[in-house]
Design a protein around this ligand. Structure first.
Ligand SMILES: NC(=O)c1ccc[n+]([C@@H]2O[C@H](COP(=O)([O-])OP(=O)(O)OC[C@H]3O[C@@H](n4cnc5c(N)ncnc54)[C@H](OP(=O)(O)O)[C@@H]3O)[C@@H](O)[C@H]2O)c1
Length: 292
């Protein structure tokens, strides 16, 4: 039975992976900041701050995993812009705490990255597109990728994804954020000049399972296939929850005063994953019907 260590195990993807990989008979060692927030499971959970080198060393020594899936990151883009040193430390430098273990012991590293590596002028992007981040979060994720490539690991995958959503109570992802706004009865101001390929978290977890099963290596884009403005995406969600889309106010990025700039025409092309392991993301309307 292969042992898989997951970092960021309390996050949206971390939790989805814990459930999926346990069901698929892997020995899961989940790690995360603070207490375990996933209820009713039987796998191991260990507190781990990935920026603490010695703690990472101790956990790797104790469990000797075959595969590490590094989902841990500060994902609040505006927080990263205002806390650059912390953002770089956790999102980029921390990955170094896993590299020598993987290299020395021939273990696989699967690392999560983002479409925010790009400037959003020419998206959606394929795996070969030039990195030109326009905010600090994107810069930190680019530096993490560079650290991994530079380490010349025998076996690694970098998975780039985009605007991840899923129906998960207490999660801050866009779907649940919209749901909470709808439940409270508030209006929504949503930008119509930023474009993404939104990604269902269960599709992302399934793709990672395939990458493990087929021992796929290299850089892969994993996202939805529908290219939508955030406004159109949210309109679909609002209708999916049975509300009238007229409660959404269309606006422009420059009107909402965010600390960090966002790429406008971003998103990812997934032809490589479709070709190499038959990745087939769920259509948004199919997902929305499933939550009714
Ligand atoms: N969400 C997206 O739209 C998106 C898009 C592109 C790429 N990605 C990438 O995909 C990965 C997973 O994202 P997600 O959606 O699951 O985000 P998430 O829900 O924010 O999960 C990230 C997790 O990392 C944890 N974390 C933060 N600092 C840590 C530290 N020092 N040590 C250990 N854990 C730490 C967080 O802990 P707390 O919960 O305690 O804060 C959180 O549980 C990330 O690498 C992200 O950069 C996400």
């Amino acid at each position: 039975m292969k042992k898989i260590l997951i970092t960021g195990g309390n996050g949206l993807l971390g939790m989805a992976l814990r459930i999926l990989l346990s069901k698929n008979h892997f020995k899961v060692i989940a790690t995360g900041l603070g207490d375990d927030r996933l209820l009713n499971h039987k796998h191991i959970y260990n507190r781990l701050d990935v920026s603490k080198e010695e703690d990472c060393f101790d956990v790797l020594k104790a469990y000797n995993p075959d595969i590490i899936i590094n989902t841990a990151a500060i994902t609040d883009v505006d927080y990263c812009e205002e806390n650059q040193e912390k953002c770089l430390n956790i999102n980029a430098h921390s990955v170094n705490n896993f590299l020598s273990f993987c290299k020395k012991n021939n273990k696989k590293l699967i690392h999560l990255s983002t479409d925010f590596l790009f400037d959003g002028k020419l998206g959606p992007y394929d795996e070969a597109a030039e990195n030109k981040p326009i905010n600090y979060y994107g810069y930190s994720k680019m530096m993490a990728e560079k650290n991994i490539i530079h380490a010349e690991l025998p076996n690694f995958s970098i998975i780039r994804t985009c605007l991840v959503y899923g129906y998960k109570k207490d999660s801050d992802n866009i779907l649940m954020w919209v749901k909470r706004k709808l439940d409270k009865g508030g209006g929504l101001n949503i930008v119509d000049d930023q474009f993404r390929t939104p990604t269902l978290v269960s599709d992302l977890a399934q793709a990672i399972l395939q990458i493990i099963k087929q021992d796929i290596t290299g850089v892969y884009n994993i996202s939805g296939e529908e290219y939508l403005s955030i406004f159109d995406f949210v309109c679909n969600i609002v209708k999916g929850f049975g509300f009238d889309e007229s409660i959404i106010n269309r606006c422009k990025s420059k009107e909402i005063n965010q600390k960090a700039q966002r790429p406008k025409q971003s998103g990812l092309l997934i032809e490589k994953a479709k070709r190499d392991f038959d990745f087939s993301p769920t259509k948004l309307d199919v997902f929305l019907k499933s939550i009714k």
